[in-house]
Design a protein around this ligand. Structure first.
Ligand code: F6R
Length: 586
């Protein structure tokens, strides 16, 4: 993962630091910055989130050239030696890198034999050590030929008046303004400074100064530059009085639904939906990672209710290894909040090669996945800052519901209006009581049947990623085929039951847990009598709504449960350990 930024102009420290804040979603293990002025470097490095580096930085109003980096560790521990920027052996050249160099071990061995010394363990430092005394475009070409893998690179030297760059399979954009130029992993870094930017393609490289940009393609030919207008805002989303972004974002779900209703009645979006409908397909694949994969499962559930064709949902990182029957008759739908997830992008390229029609559902219209798709359906969730995805999951499911209805020729606006009125965020005090109870356990299981099992999967992911409590989700009928061996009085089991027809079976499975000492907690929209109630330590009642929206109604409260439990355990729910918001390595 990692985020990189480079800048030429006045106030480099301020602009680079602000860029780091905007890129922090890509990793927050450490951050670093190098500024070149008067043929010398000043470098700042710090472990932890980007706020930690702020106190070290001496902010100056003068002109300067700088690069900065926020890290999500892949190779090497989280320490200062592994923190970017990395330097050439003589210290004259500094570099920041996002991506993974696949042949770094081989290159490192060769460099060590030549007498080069390494300070840390990263693959990125190997690129820096491939540079010698000088830095010009030929050095970029030479180094580019040696490295294999994914990279977005920004490189400066003590004496040059420009920033060099190279890109392959990691996103990189250049913003061009009056007397300034910025290169970054995400164009949100340009907002407020310039409206014009260039999206770099794979294998492109070059240099830019304040006055000139030169980009070369893979055949070393100069590329003509066609800047695009920034058509989005970087809305600095503050917490609006909430303690964390995550809880604010859960509560934004109603607003997100309003946005989607408004946008999905416009001509522009309807044209996109019509185009999808016009494709000839006899199979649908829904593909994503983590929470986006779970949204795909919900989409599959919706579509299987309506269509008599094969509909599959797949984990993106597995797509290439499953011999899936993908061809021109396959509609491949890629779901990704960030639009940059490497596994999803790589699965997309694979499906494209196989001839599939490519649709994306993203929250970032400028992202790599959106750009590589034939048609992108935006989810209009607004920036999601907390690492754990909440409102984006909600929005992805809604867009999949709309797509299903549109393909089937059904009205989606009226049901969504009704749902908007019925959204139920539950009672904080009730959820807080339960979270206090759960926070003392080190294992929590979730069970459900049918669509409730999908909610169990998503609730379990949310809980484990921010509370660090071990958690698994099982279809309730599957328990007795092995997992029940783990049940004892130290395992609370959360039962999700919103489907009337499946309730009695789920209830029986719950009693099997109870008989073995497990503690039962019920999330349900069904009316249950007192005799049943007695079996559960806690019951959270969910307001009923149209059955298609029940998984969304129930997830809102389960997201809140994860949030409050993380808080009770003293964790920062917005920035869980070891994770990053955008996963740009396979
Ligand atoms: C979990 C979570 C992750 C993401 C996954 C895919 O809360 O956020 O599981 O859903 O990394 O990310 P996107 O949707 O950006 O492709």
């Amino acid at each position: 993962m990692c985020g990189i930024i480079g800048y030429i102009g006045i106030k480099p420290e301020e602009i680079l630091y602000q860029g780091l804040e905007r890129l922090e979603y890509r990793g927050y293990d450490s951050s670093g910055m190098t500024i070149q002025r008067d043929n010398d470097f000043v470098t700042y490095k710090s472990i932890g989130d980007v706020k930690k580096i702020k106190n070290q930085i001496v902010f100056k109003d003068e002109f300067g050239i700088g690069i900065a980096h926020t890290r999500w560790a892949t190779h090497g521990k989280i320490n200062i030696n592994n923190c970017h920027p990395h330097f050439s052996s003589n210290g004259n050249i500094a570099l920041v890198h996002n991506g993974i160099i696949e042949n770094y071990e081989e290159l490192k061995e060769q460099l060590i034999k030549k007498g080069k010394k390494f300070e840390g363990e990263t693959d990125s430092e190997v690129i820096a050590k491939l540079f010698e005394n000088k830095l010009d475009i030929n050095d970029i070409r030479r180094v580019k030929k040696k490295i294999k893998g994914s990279y977005a690179l920004a490189i400066i030297s003590k004496t040059s008046n420009c920033i060099y760059f190279a890109k392959n399979k990691s996103p990189l954009y250049i913003g061009i303004g009056e007397n300034l130029a910025i290169i970054a992993s995400d164009p949100t870094c340009f907002v407020g400074y310039t409206d014009n930017y260039i999206t770099l393609d794979d294998n492109q490289y070059g240099r830019f100064s304040q006055k000139e940009i030169v980009i070369y393609d893979k055949d070393d030919k100069i590329v003509s530059i066609k800047p695009t207008k920034l058509d989005f805002k970087y809305l600095y989303e503050d917490r609006a009085g909430y303690e964390h972004y995550m809880i604010k974002e859960i509560y934004q779900s109603r607003l997100v639904l309003e946005n989607i209703i408004e946008k999905y009645r416009t001509f522009e979006i309807k044209e996109k939906l019509k185009q999808i409908k016009s494709f000839e397909f006899d199979r649908i694949y829904l593909i994503g990672c983590g929470t986006a994969y779970h949204a795909g499962l919900i989409g599959q559930h919706y579509m299987r209710e309506e269509f008599n064709i094969d509909i599959f949902s797949e984990i993106a990182s597995e797509v290439k290894y499953k011999n899936l029957n993908i061809d021109e008759k396959s509609l491949c739908i890629f779901i990704s909040q960030s639009g940059e997830t490497a596994d999803t992008l790589s699965a997309l390229e694979y499906c494209r090669e196989k001839g599939g029609k490519i649709i994306s559902i993203t929250n970032a219209e400028h992202s790599s996945i959106s750009r590589h798709a034939d048609i992108n359906l935006p989810i209009y969730a607004g920036q999601e800052k907390a690492v754990a995805s909440t409102k984006a999951y909600f929005a992805q499911c809604i867009v999949l519901y709309i797509l299903t209805c549109f393909l089937k020729g059904k009205d989606y606006i009226t049901p969504l209006y009704y749902f908007k009125r019925q959204i139920d965020f539950g009672d904080d005090n009730e959820i807080k009581l339960l979270s206090e109870y759960l926070s003392k356990y080190d294992k929590v299981f979730f069970i459900g049947r049918g669509v409730d099992y999908i909610s169990a999967l998503e609730a379990s992911l949310k809980l484990k990623e921010i509370t660090y409590i071990f958690s698994t989700a099982q279809p309730s009928g599957e328990l007795k085929h092995g997992i029940i061996a783990l049940i004892d009085e130290n395992i609370p089991v959360i039962v999700i039951a919103t489907d009337e027809e499946l309730f009695s079976k789920t209830l029986n499975n719950s009693y099997e847990i109870k008989a073995r000492g497990g503690k039962l907690i019920l999330f349900t929209s069904l009316n249950i009598d007192n005799e049943i109630k007695e079996n559960f330590s806690y019951i959270i009642k969910i307001n009923k709504t149209q059955k298609e929206f029940m998984p969304l109604q129930v997830i809102l409260q389960l997201q809140k449960l994860a949030y409050f439990t993380a808080k009770d355990r003293g964790n920062d729910p917005d920035m869980p350990r070891n994770l990053a918001k955008s996963v740009t390595v396979e």
